[in-house]
Design a binder for this molecule. Structure first.
Ligand code: TYD
Ligand code: MG
Length: 476
C-alpha cells in the first residue's frame, strides 16, 4: 500500500485540496475543510496491478438469466417511489433531517418483508438494540422475524452478513456512524463515510442483497456525508416533512431503475407511519367559506393526480421595492406570471407586495401551476373569491397564451372525484373531459386576459347549493 499522505477534505462537499483553506473552492463553504489522513489509502486501490477483463454485448447478456424479481415491501407508497420495489443488488440512500421518521419507516418496511419470509437485517449504529426493539414493540412489530444488530464497523458487518443465507435486505442506520479500517481518518468524516459506503455497495453488488443506507441531512447541509455518496448509490430517496405537520413525503431524487417524479405520502401517528391513500384530501384545506386569493390547482405528481391549494396575498406595499415571497413554488416562475399579467392583462402589480404559498408544505414544480397561481393572484388583487367548486391548470406562455398540459383527463377525473364541478383549463382539455365519466363543466381558457376578465366579472357572491354539494362530496 502506498504511503498514506494526509490531505484536506471539505466536510460539506468532499472536495480534496493539498493544503488547508478557509473557504472551499468547490462548494464555497467556510471553515469546512479539515485535515484528513488516509486519502491515499482509497486511491491506492486503483493503483493495484491491472488485469485483463472480458467485455460483453447487450445481446449476450440478454440470455444470461431471467430478470430478477423486484423486492416489494407491500407498503404501497414506498414501492411506488422505488419504481415497483427494490432491485436486488441495488443500494438506496434514504436522506432526511433527524427525527423525520427514517428509522420508523425502515423498521416498518423490514417487518413487512420479514413477515413474508425474506431474510432482513437491520443494523443500528445509533440506537442500542433495546431501543430498536422498544420502537418495534410500540409499532406492534415486536414479533416480526427481523434480525437486529448494533454495530458500526463495516468490515465486521460484512463478515457477519456473509454467514448464513443471503439477506434480501440490509438496512444501515445510519451511514454517518459507520467506519472502515480501509481509511485512516476519524469516524464521521467524509472520507470515512465514503469508504464505508464503498464497502457496503461492494457487498450489495457481489451478493445481490438490497442495501439501504440512512443519511442525516440538516437544513443547512452542515453534516458530512450523504451528499458525497449520492453519486455512488443507485437511488436517492428523501424523506421530507413540514415542521409541525404530521404528514411526510417520500420523494425519489435519483433512481437508476425507475422514475424520479413519484411521491409517497405518509402520516406520522402514535402507531408509526400510515400510508395516505388519498393525498389530495390532505392538501386541500377544508374551509367553509371561500376567501379571495385561494385557487385549487389540479396537479400531477408522477403518474398520480394531486389537488393542491395555491394561496396568494397581494397587498399595497410600504416599501420602495415590493416584496415577493414564495413558499413551495419557484420565485422566477412567479416573476414571470406577474410580468405576463402586467403586460397582457393590464394589471398593475408594481406597487404591491406578493406572497404565494402552496398549502400543506408541498413543493410544486410543474409549469401547469401557472394558471392556478395567476387565478389566485388576480383573485387576491381584485378581492373577488374564485368559485368554490373550480380547479385550474394550464401553462402560461410569455405571450399570455395558455398552453395545454399533459394528463388533462387524469386531473379532471381526480377533481371530479373530490367534488369539484368545473375546471378552467387550456382548450385541449375539452376532449379529455368528454371522455371521462364524471360531469365536469369546462371553461377553455386560451389567454390570460380571459381569465382576468372572468374573475373580475361581478357575479352572485355565492352559490349555496353548489357549495353544499362540494362539501358533501369532499367529506365522503
Ligand atoms: P425516527 O424514525 O426516529 O426519525 P429518524 O430516524 O429520521 O431520526 O422518528 C422520530 C420521531 O417520530 C420522533 O420524534 C417521534 C415520532 N414517532 C411518532 O410520532 N410515532 C411513532 O410511532 C414513532 C415510532 C415515532
Ligand atoms: Mg433514526
Amino acid at each position: 500500500m502506498a504511503k498514506s499522505k494526509s490531505a484536506f477534505v471539505c466536510q460539506s462537499c468532499g472536495n480534496v485540496t493539498p493544503r488547508w483553506q478557509g473557504r472551499c473552492e468547490s462548494c464555497g463553504a467556510w471553515n469546512s475543510i479539515i485535515e484528513d489522513g488516509g486519502v491515499a489509502g482509497i486511491g491506492a486501490q486503483a493503483a493495484r496491478g491491472a488485469k485483463k477483463g472480458r467485455i460483453f454485448t447487450l445481446g449476450e447478456l440478454a440470455h444470461a438469466d431471467a430478470p430478477q424479481r423486484r423486492l416489494e415491501t407491500g407498503i404501497g407508497e414506498l414501492d411506488r417511489v422505488t419504481g415497483g420495489g427494490f432491485v436486488p443488488g441495488s443500494v438506496l440512500l434514504l436522506g432526511g433531517e433527524p427525527g423525520i421518521g427514517k428509522s420508523t419507516l425502515l423498521i416498518q418496511a423490514c417487518a413487512a418483508l420479514a413477515r413474508r419470509g425474506e431474510r432482513v437485517v437491520y443494523i443500528s449504529g445509533e440506537e442500542a438494540m433495546d431501543q430498536v426493539r422498544l420502537r418495534a414493540t410500540r409499532l406492534g412489530l415486536a414479533s416480526a422475524p427481523v434480525e437486529l444488530a448494533a454495530e458500526t464497523g463495516v468490515e465486521d458487518i460484512v463478515a457477519t452478513l456473509s454467514h448464513g443465507a443471503r439477506p434480501a435486505l440490509v438496512v444501515i442506520d445510519s451511514i454517518q456512524t459507520m467506519w472502515t479500517d480501509a481509511v485512516e481518518s476519524s469516524p464521521g468524516t467524509v472520507t470515512q463515510v465514503r469508504g464505508s459506503a464503498q464497502a457496503l455497495i461492494r457487498f450489495a453488488k457481489t451478493t445481490g442483497a438490497v442495501v439501504i443506507l440512512v443519511g442525516h441531512v440538516t437544513k443547512d447541509g452542515q453534516i458530512a456525508g450523504p451528499r458525497v455518496v449520492e453519486h455512488m448509490v443507485d437511488a436517492v430517496v428523501s424523506f421530507e416533512g413540514e415542521g409541525g405537520r404530521d404528514f411526510r413525503i417520500l420523494r425519489a431524487v435519483k433512481n437508476r431503475f425507475g422514475p424520479t417524479d413519484e411521491i409517497g405520502v405518509f402520516e406520522m401517528t402514535g402507531g408509526g407511519l400510515n400510508e395516505v391513500a388519498n393525498p389530495s384530501a390532505l392538501f386541500l384545506t377544508a374551509h367553509d367559506e371561500v376567501t379571495p386569493g385561494v385557487a385549487v390547482f389540479a396537479g400531477m405528481e408522477g403518474t398520480r393526480p394531486l389537488l393542491v391549494e395555491i394561496q396568494a396575498l397581494v397587498a399595497p406595499t410600504s416599501l420602495g421595492t415590493p416584496r415577493r415571497a414564495v413558499v413551495g413554488w419557484d420565485t422566477s416562475r412567479l416573476a414571470m406570471v406577474v410580468a405576463v399579467l402586467e403586460a397582457h392583462a393590464g394589471l398593475k402589480l408594481g406597487q404591491h407586495d406578493i406572497y404565494l404559498t402552496i398549502a400543506g408544505g408541498l413543493r410544486v414544480s410543474e409549469p401547469a401551476a401557472d394558471l392556478a397561481a395567476a387565478a389566485a393572484l388576480v383573485s387576491s388583487l381584485s378581492g373577488q373569491s374564485l368559485p368554490p367548486h373550480a380547479v385550474y391548470f394550464g401553462e402560461v406562455g410569455l405571450s399570455g397564451a395558455v398552453r395545454p398540459v399533459a394528463h388533462a383527463a387524469a386531473r379532471l377525473k381526480e377533481a371530479a372525484k373530490l367534488g369539484f364541478m368545473s375546471a378552467v383549463a387550456p382548450r385541449g382539455a375539452q376532449a379529455a373531459a368528454e371522455s371521462g365519466g364524471d360531469p365536469m363543466k369546462l371553461s377553455a381558457c386560451e389567454h390570460i386576459g380571459a381569465l382576468v376578465a372572468e374573475i373580475a366579472k361581478p357575479r352572485p357572491s355565492s352559490a349555496p347549493k353548489q357549495q353544499q354539494r362540494v362539501e358533501e362530496r369532499r367529506t365522503r
